[in-house]
Design a protein around this ligand. Structure first.
Ligand code: ADP
Length: 397
């Protein structure tokens, strides 16, 4: 087991900056997932840990040792990839033990390790099967067992479940979590699938265009995204965004105003352009007796498309007259749209006029220029116009 540290890693391929000055530290025994869209630099970053790619700049440490120039085999890492390359003419036992034979372990040690690994990935009784007699999930377990027998300090997994069907992926997700719990080995896992990242990881490292956007526990990335990219990438369906402006006593979009004490938005002043973000589950039908603690004022809207998902209904709302949007505008960022998620019992039809409120404690504001998060959750002025939590003496002085 070992911790892993990346120090100012940059990797260039000609003009392409695949990894852009990434620094991060992974604790001993931690499960960290690199997540982000295709081409954001996840694999390249992991390859610098594996030793498959030499960084253009920066250093890699595993444990207390710098390994930037060490060959992959000398780093104490074991890798599992998306494409499971098993030797077709070798049975499961031979496939799992292949790497050990190259390292000239004796038969007794090899048997012990293979049987231990087969037990962990639940392949006992299948050691004499040939690869073409295995399901996709079993083949992937052989690949994982092959990594386990090497007894690595760090597991590196690059989209290991990407080729499996949806049901099997969910199953393997729990198997990998169990494996991590049993072995306690440091894991670096690469995926573009945020559900995998959210469910398995101690922390996720969100990458975009080669840059590290945030590294934090999954729910922190969800509830307190560091910037617009993380806010939009984590969560499905995506957070709603609206262009907005700070005004006296509120934040104003094209279609609604949310009361706000801008003194609680650090570094911001009246007139600043901001982006307001709110997740679909934090948009609620206004009932007059709101079930949420701090609703905003009601916002008039019209229902457009309804998507019943079984456990919830996604309701696409159009704000204002809904005709102002040009055809070119991306619906995901169009300020006149709002996606709301409601319980399946909610009775709604298309083209219905409704009033909705936002859960104030989950309204996010981002700097419109830099995209950096300003606040997660907003407070309004109390009825006396004072900042919440201040005494009259403080506020008057
Ligand atoms: P991800 O794993 O997030 O999909 P990669 O790390 O594979 O992204 O790639 C990051 C960027 O670097 C991409 O633009 C990709 O095209 C580029 N890239 C990766 N490997 C090479 C290479 N060997 N030669 C040239 N460009 C590469």
């Amino acid at each position: 087991m070992a911790r892993v540290r990346l120090e100012n890693i940059t990797k260039r391929y000609g003009d392409v900056v695949a990894v852009d000055d990434v620094s991060l530290e992974i604790e001993d025994g931690e499960f960290v997932t690199f997540v982000g869209p295709s081409g954001c630099g996840k694999s390249t970053t992991m390859e610098t840990v594996a030793g498959l790619t030499r960084p253009s700049e920066g250093r890699v440490y595993i444990g207390d040792d710098e390994v930037t120039d060490l060959a992959p085999k000398d780093r104490g890492v074991a890798m599992v990839f998306q494409n499971i390359a098993l030797f077709p003419h070798m049975d499961v036992f031979e496939n799992i033990s292949f790497g050990l034979r190259l390292r000239t372990y004796d038969d007794e040690e090899i048997n012990r390790r293979v049987e231990g690994a087969a037990d962990i990935v639940q392949l006992e009784g299948m050691l004499d099967r040939m690869p073409d007699e295995l399901s996709g999930g079993q083949r992937q377990r052989v690949a994982i067992a092959r990594a386990i027998v090497r007894n690595p300090d760090v597991f590196l997994m690059d989209e290991p479940l990407a080729n499996l069907d949806a049901k099997l992926r969910v199953h393997m997700r729990t198997e990998l979590q169990r494996l991590h719990r049993e072995l306690g080995t440091t894991v670096i896992y690469v995926t573009h699938d945020q559900a995998e990242a959210m469910t398995m990881s101690d922390r996720i490292a969100v990458l975009d265009e080669g840059g590290l956007q945030q590294i934090a526990p999954p729910l922190t990335c969800y509830n307190e995204p560091a910037n617009l990219f993380v806010a939009g990438f984590i969560g499905s369906p995506s957070m709603n965004f609206a262009d907005a402006k700070l005004v006296a006593g509120g934040v104003e979009t094209d279609h609604f105003v949310v009361e706000l004490d801008h003194r609680n938005v650090p570094g911001a002043s009246v007139g600043d352009a901001v982006t307001l973000g709110v997740r679909p589950e934090d948009v609620h039908l206004a009932t007059g007796a709101e079930s949420i603690a701090h609703p905003t004022d009601a916002i008039g809207a019209r229902t457009d498309v309804l998507e019943p998902m079984g456990d919830e209904i996604f309701v696409y709302l159009v704000l204002g007259d809904g005709d102002a949007r040009s055809m070119e505008e991306d619906p995901a960022t169009a300020s006149d749209q709002l996606l709301m998620s409601v319980t399946p019992e909610t009775e709604l039809r298309e083209e219905q006029s409704v009033e909705v409120v936002l859960d104030r404690s989950n309204v996010h504001l981002f700097d419109a220029t830099t995209g950096e998060a300003l606040v997660h959750g907003i407070t309004d002025l109390d009825s006396s116009g004072r900042e919440p939590g201040t005494t009259s003496t403080e506020a008057d002085s």
